[in-house]
Design a protein around this ligand. Structure first.
Ligand code: CTP
Length: 400
C-alpha cells in the first residue's frame, strides 16, 4: 500500500508508484484529501491499474479501512508530512491512510518530506523517535533545495532510493533487530592528490558499503554513510557525508558518535609527500622515469580501535586480500584481525574473482572470539545482511 500525504512532494510519489509497479508490486494507492490537491485521482489509478482508495466512506461494504492494512505486505508513506507523522505517532485515525496504519501488521516505511523548520521542530523529532522505537522505518529526508528558495534537510529521498528501501524490506523476513542503533559506515575509495588534476585512487565502487547502509536502514538503524567517491547512488534514509582523501575520512569518522562502525572503504595506504599546488608539467620532468616521494597515510581503522573505551563502538573492518588459496586467505585475514584489533573482519578475496563494482561478493567473516563464517557467493545485499546477523546480537549485549 502506498499512502500519499498532502505535501508538494506528492508529485514525486508518482515515480515511487511507477518504480514499485515496474518491480512487480501490486500497489494500492491511498492518497489523503490534501494529496489529491497536488496530484489527482486519475494519475494514481492509471499508474496502479486499479481504483484508488480515497476515503473511509467509499466501498464501505468491503470494510477497506481495515482490509487494506491487514492485506498489505508493506505500507509505504511517501511523502510522510509532519502532520501524518504526528497522527501516526498518536494513533489518530481520521482518514483512510491513518486508519490503515493502525490495522497494518506488516513493515511500514515512511519517507518524510517537509520544510526544514518542520523537520527539525522538537515535536516532529519526538514523533519520529517514537515511530522508530515502535519499529517503523522512518527514512532520513534528503538535504537540498526545497519548494521555495530555501535549502536544508526535508527533501523527499530520491524516488528510486525509496523503491530500493521497500524492495529491501520485502526481500527478506522483516527484522528490526538494529532499531535505534547508530551505525557509521565508510564506503568507496579515497583519492590522494598528486596535483590539481591527478590523484592516486583505487578500484572500489562503494557498492558493498552502500548495501550495508541500505540493509541497516531497513533493519531500523540510524545510519551515517561516509562516502569516498562512491560510483553508485547512496541509499535513502542515511545521513551522507562526502569525503575525498584518507585524512578527510579520518576526520569524518572520528567526529561520529556510534554504536557500530564499519570500515568498508578502501583507504589509500600511501599518498604523495607533497601535493603540487599547480599541475605538474611534462617539460619540467628531467627523465622518462618519474619519481614521486610517497608517505604512508593514517590507518583509520586502527586509530578508531585505539580511541574507543571498553567495547563501544563495535568495530568491523574489511580486508582486501590476494591469496594463493582459501587457507592462505584465512591466514592473512586472521593476522589482519589481530593487527587491527577490531571485533569482526570481513575478508574479501580480491584477486581471482571480480569484486570491485560487481553486484556479488564472496566473503569470510572472522570474529575476535576465533569464529569464522563463510558466506557463499551472493549479492552484496545478502552479504550485508549476513554481517548484520552477526552484529545485532553483539550490539544488544553491549546495550543491555
Ligand atoms: N584501512 C584504514 N586506513 C588505512 C588503510 C586501511 O582504515 N589507511 C582499513 C580499511 O577500511 C579496512 C581495513 O583497514 O577496513 C583493512 O584494509 P586493507 O586494505 O585490507 O588492509 P591494509 O591495512 O591496507 O593492509 P595491507 O594493504 O597490507 O593488506
Amino acid at each position: 500500500m502506498l499512502g500519499v500525504a498532502g505535501g508538494i512532494a506528492a508529485y514525486k510519489a508518482v515515480e515511487v508508484l511507477r518504480g514499485l509497479a515496474e518491480s512487480g508490486c501490486d500497489v494500492t494507492v491511498v492518497p489523503t484529501q490534501a494529496a489529491l490537491k497536488f496530484v489527482g485521482e486519475p494519475t494514481w489509478s492509471a499508474l496502479s491499474g486499479k481504483p484508488v482508495a480515497t476515503d473511509v466512506w467509499t466501498n464501505s461494504a468491503e470494510v477497506q479501512h481495515v482490509r487494506l492494512g491487514q492485506n498489505a505486505d508493506v505500507v509505504v508513506i511517501a511523502p510522510a508530512t509532519a502532520d501524518v507523522l504526528a497522527r501516526a505517532t498518536h494513533g489518530i485515525a481520521n482518514d483512510l491512510l491513518t486508519n490503515t496504519l493502525l490495522t497494518a501488521r506488516c513493515p511500514v516505511v515512511m519517507a518524510p518530506a517537509m520544510h526544514t523548520e518542520m523537520w527539525v521542530h522538537p515535536a516532529t523529532q519526538r514523533n519520529v523517535a517514537e515511530l522508530r522505537a515502535r519499529g517503523i522505518i522512518v527514512l532520513e529526508p534528503a538535504s537540498g533545495r526545497l519548494t521555495g528558495a530555501d535549502t536544508g534537510p526535508g527533501r523527499l529521498p530520491d524516488p528510486s532510493a525509496i523503491v530500493d528501501a521497500v524492495k529491501d524490506v520485502l526481500r527478506r523476513k522483516p527484522t528490526n533487530d538494529l532499531a535505534g542503533v547508530k551505525i557509521v559506515i565508510s564506503a568507496g575509495g579515497t583519492q590522494e592528490s598528486i596535483d590539481p588534476v591527478r590523484y592516486i585512487g583505487n578500484r572500489s565502487s562503494g557498492l558493498q558499503g552502500v548495501e550495508l547502509a541500505r540493509t541497516a536502514v531497513s533493519r531500523g538503524a540510524h545510519v551515517t554513510l561516509v562516502a569516498a567517491h562512491i560510483h553508485v547512488d547512496p541509499p535513502a534514509g542515511v545521513t551522507l557525508i562526502n569525503v575525498s582523501s584518507a585524512d578527510d575520512l579520518y576526520a569524518a569518522m572520528h567526529e561520529q558518535n556510534a554504536d557500530v562502525v564499519v570500515m568498508a572503504a578502501a583507504v589509500a595506504d600511501f599518498k604523495p609527500d607533497v601535493e603540487a599546488s599547480k599541475k605538474i608539467k611534462k617539460e619540467t620532468l628531467s627523465s622518462e622515469h618519474v619519481t614521486f616521494e610517497l608517505v604512508t597515510t593514517v590507518d583509520v581503522l586502527s586509530s578508531l580501535v585505539k580511541k574507543r573505551s571498553g567495547s563501544t563502538p563495535l568495530i568491523v573492518g574489511f580486508a582486501a586480500e590476494t591469496a594463493d588459496n582459501h587457507d592462505h586467505l584465512l591466514e592473512l585475514g586472521k593476522s589482519k584481525l589481530s593487527r587491527k584489533g577490531c571485533d569482526l573482519l570481513v575478508v574479501n578475496e580480491v584477486g581471482s574473482q571480480e569484486v570491485f563494482g560487481s553486484p556479488e561478493n564472496c566473503v569470510t567473516i572472522l570474529a575476535s572470539d576465533g569464529s569464522a563464517i563463510q558466506i557463499e557467493r551472493s549479492s552484496k545485499a545478502s552479504v550485508a545482511d549476513a554481517l548484520w546477523d552477526l552484529v545485532a546480537p553483539r550490539v544488544s549485549v553491549i546495550n543491555r
